[in-house]
Design a binder for this molecule. Structure first.
Ligand SMILES: Cc1cc2nc3c(=O)[nH]c(=O)nc-3n(C[C@H](O)[C@H](O)[C@H](O)COP(=O)(O)OP(=O)(O)OC[C@H]3O[C@@H](n4cnc5c(N)ncnc54)[C@H](O)[C@@H]3O)c2cc1C
Length: 549
């Protein structure tokens, strides 16, 4: 794939996209479909790896620097002084090639928020709903919400991955959270199975669903292992980028440059190119092109925690842990593409409100029919779980009010940026998480799941009372990998970086199209909205192409 499309000469490209992740892959495909010539520069390598393709290979990718930027945050007072680990995909497909494959659009009201923030119907719920229906090829068929026949196959949300899923959902109902057959349907609230971006037992990343098919148009060129180091300008117009590849510096040019490097790398690249908070850039010795204080700010992310239980009945631990079990499920996967290795780590979940007065769910649930209390060096030990029957009930917040920041730690483009998460830095975030962890215990106390729980292992029954519960979640929670909004889109130039057509204000020929452009964080996982960003972003870019109108 490297240098594929070299028949298209450098300089002939209409668009240069930095990053082949969830948004970049979709954007490239849609622009090519419209007849545009597109160059994609991707810092990572090929996604043709067994553990990228096999859904439960997730654990193996989690710390692997060959496919992962493997960031660490600053020590966070809100997380008991811990430095959190932030994986991000550095491979064709970006984070969609290493993520947990849960397909969640978010609540319809999230896109009403986008419409309000951007002042544009182009990002409102009715446009978004139509776009999702066009994107999806949902195994459960089409209806007013779901789509079928689109480029992205979504695995059915109706096939339970483990016998304990039923008792868990019944316990949720007994705790007051009824079943919901489709979180992407009429309403988000309830408990049920997740739809997954898995096709034929293989991960269905944005690269697999969009970018690879787009290569067939002959209008897309992809250069892998090309780390973009800065944006090149002529006067006030972005004309291309400089990138490092194979130890050498190169330049590439195009009519427009679009940053799709994700919520950490996009603001970093803007800052390396002189667009960001002026004083901070100058302090790093970077010439300030545009003093733009919003670059890197408004960092919004979900925090999550697991409660872990020892069970009296077998869980996936019992089959994934012993060598013979591994051999069995390995054979099953290789021969049939089915079994425990062919699904996400998240077997079920839900959305609930910690306060009935709220008008939408503010917490998300995850049910995993295995447990991983025993850490193993360099691996998230999903394929080697605990040596006893265990399961985990996890949750994460939907719209936290805490805000963090991405800043430059160094002018060196190969150095990691400084990530300040500021988790649980507002009282309301702490209060809703406290209510939410209490609800996990309420679920675990309900029949029929309570009948097969031997004991709560973590935090354990000794952790009681508000103070202890808060101390516990500060010590044990962390990102659920949804950083967003760090170069956000908005109608107000004083509080945003890009306009509602994704143009970076103050310069020409430069756009942002990825999770950093989200106006607000969605209540749910962020792969679907990042794919949506690429889909609708292409429409905005084509509608406002230079020379048009
Ligand atoms: C471990 C993990 C689990 C997750 N689980 C889920 C889940 O189950 N469901 C869900 O919906 N979401 C999940 N997410 C989140 C979701 O995958 C991301 O929000 C989404 O993929 C972000 O898309 P993006 O296009 O903004 O960035 P990315 O997909 O991260 O793409 C950015 C791309 O740009 C490249 N790049 C960056 N800088 C440069 C540079 N300077 N030069 C060249 N290339 C560059 C990167 O290598 C990468 O390929 C998870 C994320 C992670 C990390």
């Amino acid at each position: 794939m490297t240098d594929r499309g070299r028949q298209i000469m450098d300089g002939d490209f209409d668009y240069l996209i930095v990053g082949s992740g969830s948004s970049g892959s979709v954007l490239a495909a849609r622009l090519a479909e419209a007849g545009k010539r597109v160059l994609v520069l991707e810092a990572g390598g090929s996604d043709r790896r067994f553990f990228v393709q096999m859904p439960l290979g997730y654990g193996k990718l989690f710390y692997d620097p060959r496919v992962n930027w493997a960031y660490r945050t600053e020590a966070d007072p809100g997380l008991a002084g811990n430095s959190d680990y932030w994986p991000r995909g550095k491979v064709l497909g970006g984070s969609s090639s290493i993520n947990a494959m849960v397909w969640i659009r978010g609540d319809a009201s999230d896109y009403e928020d986008w419409q309000a923030a951007t002042g544009s119907d182009h990002w409102g719920w009715e446009t978004v709903r139509a776009a999702y229906r066009a994107i999806e090829d949902n195994a459960d068929g089409a209806d007013a919400w779901r789509g079928q026949g689109g480029p992205l196959h979504i695995r059915s949300g109706r096939v339970p991955a483990h016998p304990l899923v039923g008792p868990f959902l019944d316990a949720c109902a007994a705790a007051g959270l009824p079943r919901n057959a489709d979180f992407n349907g009429e309403r988000q609230e309830g408990a049920g199975l997740y739809q997954l971006t898995i096709k034929g037992g293989r991960r269905n990343s944005a690269a697999r669903a969009f970018l690879r098919p787009a290569l067939k148009t002959g209008r897309v060129a992809i250069t892998l292992k090309a780390h973009v180091t800065r944006i090149l300008f002529e006067g006030n117009r972005a004309i291309g980028v400089e990138y490092a590849r194979g130890g050498q510096r190169h330049q590439a040019r195009a009519g427009e440059v679009i940053l799709s490097g994700g919520a950490i790398n996009t603001p970093q690249l803007l800052m390396l190119s002189g667009i960001g908070p002026g004083a901070a850039l100058a302090a790093q010795g970077i010439e300030v092109r545009l003093d733009q204080p919003n670059v890197g700010r408004h960092l919004n992310d979900h925090q999550g925690i697991n409660y872990t239980y020892r069970m009296t009945v077998p869980t996936m631990n019992d089959i994934l842990r012993p060598w013979w079990g591994k051999a069995l499920v390995g054979m099953q996967y290789l021969l049939t593409g089915k079994g425990p290795l062919s699904v996400s780590i998240n077997h079920a979940g839900g959305f609930f409100r910690t306060d009935p007065a709220l008008n939408r769910p503010n917490m998300q649930l995850y049910f995993q029919a295995f447990s991983t209390l025993m850490p193993r060096e360099g691996e998230r030990p999903i394929l080697s779980p605990d040596p006893f029957p265990g399961l985990s009930i996890g949750l994460s917040n939907c719209r936290p009010t805490s805000r963090g920041e991405i800043a430059l730690a160094s002018p060196d483009p190969f150095a990691a940026p400084r990530i300040t998460a500021n988790a649980f830095s507002t009282e309301s975030d702490v209060a809703e998480m406290l209510a939410a962890v209490k609800f996990i215990r309420q679920i675990a106390a309900q029949k029929p799941i309570a009948d097969v729980i031997a004991e709560e292992l973590r935090p354990g029954p000794g952790t009681e009372g508000d103070e202890a519960l808060i101390a516990d979640f500060r010590a044990r929670s962390g990102t659920v990998f949804h950083p967003s909004c760090t170069a956000r889109m908005g109608a107000d130039p004083a509080t945003s970086v890009v306009d509602s057509d994704l143009r970076v204000r103050g310069v020409q020929g430069l756009r942002v199209c990825d999770a950093s452009a989200f106006p607000t964080l969605i209540g749910g996982n962020t792969n679907a909205p990042a794919i949506l960003m690429g889909w609708l972003g292409a429409e905005r870019i084509l509608a406002t192409a230079p020379g048009r109108g």
